[in-house]
Design a protein around this ligand. Structure first.
Ligand code: BTN
Length: 331
């Protein structure tokens, strides 16, 4: 699927850098090395995407408001100098950013590349579920990493991503989410963020990992089977939030955590697991059902040294390697 025409981002950047004046079509065309009619076409395309631009070719153009689009020209300056976000690939519409990032990983894309879409037409969740990805309401983003870990030690990378979302959401919205092992974020028992980590590895070495993060940000409601189990930051906080601000905070937090992981993998893994246990109400003393084949039921007893969940059942302590965790008091 095609990445966003970089001229769209350049126009938004140019207009926002000169927000107080009207910029002529000729000047934009010169700066972009294109023609005035191409600029007109690009402006029309941006308007169709909801960007409010005043003016026309004869008078020049001016931005009404900074758009909440996750364009590299808008997001890039906010994550400058970081490994994560050093390359941002943006799509107005794509099947799945995870699929795209996995392909890029196979083709040698450097670590830290981020794949972001305004809309996914085939967003994927864990366990063959789909991920609803309506245009510009949520954050649909995948990060490509090449951590120097063995596949058996990779779970903390996923836990780290959950903690980064947790931190970014708290910082930007002031809301207090909960972490449901291994990587759901919930508020009042309803899920607003899911993480799908996919990996390509040899027996003892990870080649690359893609962390796919879906956050429901500005959805005002969920229909059908999602209604009782899903929420958004808008529904939880009673107002809309800037996706740009949230994404920048998330990539910053993830970058920090990843730097620590690279610097001292053993120490950092232990601290990720410890933090997760501290922040998650599901990690200890919670009555849960594990929905795998066959499912079982028990009380959580913290995470083991690799990050797997321990659950005390009638027949002893079991370690959950994957599967969905539901609190018994949840739907
Ligand atoms: C889950 O909770 O089941 C995981 C959902 C992960 C969704 C994100 S959205 C961005 C990335 N691309 C995908 O196709 N899935 C992940």
């Amino acid at each position: 699927m095609e990445a966003t025409d970089s001229r769209l981002g350049s126009i938004v950047r140019l207009l926002s850098d000169n927000a107080t004046i009207v910029i002529s079509g000729t000047r934009i065309a010169e700066e972009l090395g294109t023609s005035r009619s191409e600029v007109w076409r690009a402006v029309q395309q941006l308007r169709e995407l909801g960007v409010q631009i005043k003016g026309h070719p004869a008078t020049g153009y001016q931005l009404n408001a900074m758009p909440d689009l996750l364009l590299p020209d808008i997001l890039g300056p906010l994550v400058q100098g970081q490994t994560i976000g050093r390359r941002i690939h943006h799509y107005f519409s794509i099947g799945s950013t995870n699929t795209e990032a996995m392909h890029a990983g196979a083709s040698g894309e450097p670590e830290g590349a981020v794949f972001i879409a305004e809309e996914q037409t085939a967003g994927r969740g864990r366990g063959n579920h789909s991920w609803e990805s309506q245009p510009s309401l949520g954050i649909y983003c995948s990060v490509l990493l090449r951590p120097p870990l063995s596949p058996a030690d990779a779970l903390p990378v996923t836990l780290m991503a959950g903690l980064s979302v947790f931190e970014a959401v708290q910082q930007v919205t002031g809301l207090r989410p909960d972490l449901r092992w291994p990587n759901d974020l919930v508020i009042s028992g309803k899920k607003f963020c899911g993480i799908l980590t996919e990996m390509n590895s040899e027996a003892t070495r990870v080649r690359y990992v893609v962390i796919g993060i879906g956050i429901n940000v500005n959805h005002s409601a969920f229909a059908g089977e999602l209604a009782p189990i899903a929420t958004s930051l808008r529904m939880a906080g009673g107002r809309e939030w800037s996706r740009v601000e949230l994404t920048a905070a998330l990539l910053k937090s993830l970058d920090n955590a990843y730097r620590k992981l690279i610097a001292d993998p053993a120490e950092s893994r232990a601290s990720i697991i410890h933090n997760f246990e501290q922040q998650s109400s599901y990690a200890r003393g919670r009555d849960v059902r594990i929905e795998e084949e066959p499912g079982f039921h028990g009380i959580t007893e913290g995470l083991d040294e690799r990050g797997f969940l321990r659950v005390r059942t009638a027949s002893g302590v079991r370690t959950v390697l994957s599967g969905m965790v539901r609190a018994v008091d949840e739907k």
